[in-house]
Design a protein around this ligand. Structure first.
Ligand code: BG6
Length: 493
């Protein structure tokens, strides 16, 4: 029986995430016929708006950010189901009116008391909102379901994450807590397991006998934008590595799960995170590079240095770039370095995984015409989505010229392809009660353990931060990190 009917209650209804991602995602799900018939959205925020005023704001955000453009008929049908409620997050009285309003909508839309509470708010409000929902018996699960969606950051270290988790667990069962890592909603992340486990070609060679190193990079050209406040306390390590980068790594390195159920997949991902070799005081300087962007040029335009950005301290030593080397200490991956790199204000925007295969013995062509390029498998995540395989072939002609050639599958290059946004998939899954693309508590826990090992090693104070020019590939130290192992970053675009 379909049990997806629900009210989607978005705390932080006037925030950036709601405008840029959530409202357009709801609209696109509606256009694609993927919203339940019995559905309404209530945006909750601290500003005072009427429903009509809020619908104008929502309309604007769909116009600006929807991948499907704007269809006026569809919008007017959907917008009637969008409401706004003013709530001061600490004010118990506000929850009384919110509850009454939601109950009234339940009747109007026959949503049966099912709720998605989406906390698109600053992390300091997670706890108080959960407590208020509890105190007002708005998360009781009496014959209905109530799920909570938590945006990152889930804590800022293991201790704070544990505390938050404990608070949430007092209100919601683990199976009703949806911790968002929006990268998991991206098409190509869902494709990694398919590429690995639906092809006889890759799985047999997916191990330390054939793979030389793995490079995972999420490079951005944007700066810190208007998020200086948050970013100063986070930095690239907490902002990107703890979440997106380690999720990518676990999908690349996991063992085949026993089946495709949510927990079987998460069990295997957790094993990878548990096998990560922690960084120590002794290894930090040779395995981790921190950088911060200085002034430079992006797309031909001059940009300011990180320290000159709004709400950033002029002597900040927060990293906007981090590159690191780690190992997955299990039988499959023993000895294979995993290099991670992420940064803001870099030369190009791209997220990808590069698997570099080992060379063949130095005889035959390798002896006569070497050194030859290694075989590479690239999984493009964005902006291009696809898979690219590089191998060696003879260049036509009388002479033996051996050159690297590429087989390139691009799934979003055609004009007709319009991949759903990550948030569409994730919202859809929350309504269906499928948490496979969300992180389970132990995934968060082991990611923080790894990240904390780096933060603690940094605390020692011996590490340095290298300023890099905006619009380049980051600090030179990041190249050295690979060079000393005989490798280089593959900045294939
Ligand atoms: C967010 C980070 O989680 O991911 C941002 O907080 C980052 O700093 C963003 O810019 C990148 O996401 P995407 O989908 O644009 O690659």
């Amino acid at each position: 029986m379909d049990n997806t009917s629900c009210l989607m209650v978005i705390f932080g209804g006037t925030g950036d995430l709601t405008k840029r991602k959530l409202l357009p995602a709801i609209y696109n799900l509606y256009v694609e016929g993927l919203l339940p018939d019995n559905f309404a959205t209530v945006a909750v925020g601290r500003k005072a708006y009427t429903h009509e005023e809020y619908r104008m704001i929502a309309r604007e955000s769909v116009m600006n950010f929807s991948r499907n453009g704007m269809n006026e008929d569809k919008w007017s049908a959907l917008s009637e189901r969008i409401y706004y409620e003013k709530v001061e997050f600490h004010d118990p009285a506000a929850y009384v009116s919110l509850k009454n309003f939601l109950n009234e909508l339940d009747k109007r839309y026959q949503t049966k008391g099912n709720r998605v509470y989406y906390l698109a708010v600053a992390p300091e409000y997670f706890e108080v909102i959960a407590e208020q929902l509890h105190d007002h018996k708005m998360a009781e699960n009496n014959g209905a379901w109530q799920r909570v969606v938590i945006e990152k950051p889930f804590g800022r270290d293991l201790r704070s994450a544990e505390y938050l988790n404990q608070k949430l667990s007092q209100v919601f069962d683990e199976s009703h807590i949806y911790r968002i890592d929006h990268y998991l909603g991206k098409e190509m992340l869902q494709n990694i397991m398919v590429i690995r486990f639906a092809n006889g070609l890759f799985e047999p060679i997916w191990n330390n006998r054939y793979i030389d190193n793995v490079q995972i990079s999420i490079d951005e050209t944007v700066g810190v934008e208007n998020r200086g406040n948050y970013y100063e306390k986070a930095g690239a390590l907490r902002d990107m590595v703890q979440s997106h980068m380690l999720q990518l790594l676990s999908l690349v390195a996991m063992e085949p799960p026993i089946d495709l159920s949510t927990d079987a997949i998460r069990d295997e991902k957790v094993k990878v995170l548990r096998s990560l070799r922690p960084i120590t005081r002794e290894t930090v300087s040779s395995s981790v590079v921190r950088g911060q962007y200085g002034r430079g040029t992006i797309d031909g335009k001059p940009v300011v240095a990180y320290r000159e950005e709004e709400r950033v301290s002029p002597d900040s030593d927060t990293e906007t770039f981090v590159a690191l080397k780690t190992y997955v200490d299990n039988f499959r991956w023993a000895g294979v370095p995993f290099y991670l790199r992420t940064g803001k204000r870099l030369a190009d925007r791209s997220a990808k995984i590069v698997i570099q295969f080992k060379q063949l013995p130095g005889i035959l062509y390798f002896k006569e015409y070497g050194p030859l390029e290694p075989n590479l498998l690239v999984i493009w995540i964005q902006p291009r989505e696809g898979v690219y395989l590089q191998f060696n072939a003879k260049k036509p002609g009388q002479k033996y010229n051996i050159v690297p050639v590429q087989m390139d599958f691009c799934q979003n290059c055609s004009l007709y392809n319009n991949s759903p946004e990550a948030y569409e998939r994730l919202l859809y899954d929350v309504m269906r009660g499928d948490s496979t693309l969300f992180t389970r508590w132990d995934e968060v826990e082991y990611s923080w353990r790894f990240v904390d090992s780096i933060v603690n090693a940094w605390k020692d104070g011996k590490d340095t931060i290298e300023v890099y020019e905006a619009g380049t590939w980051g600090p030179t130290g990041a190249n050295e990190l690979l060079k000393k192992d005989g490798f280089e970053w593959w900045n294939i675009t």
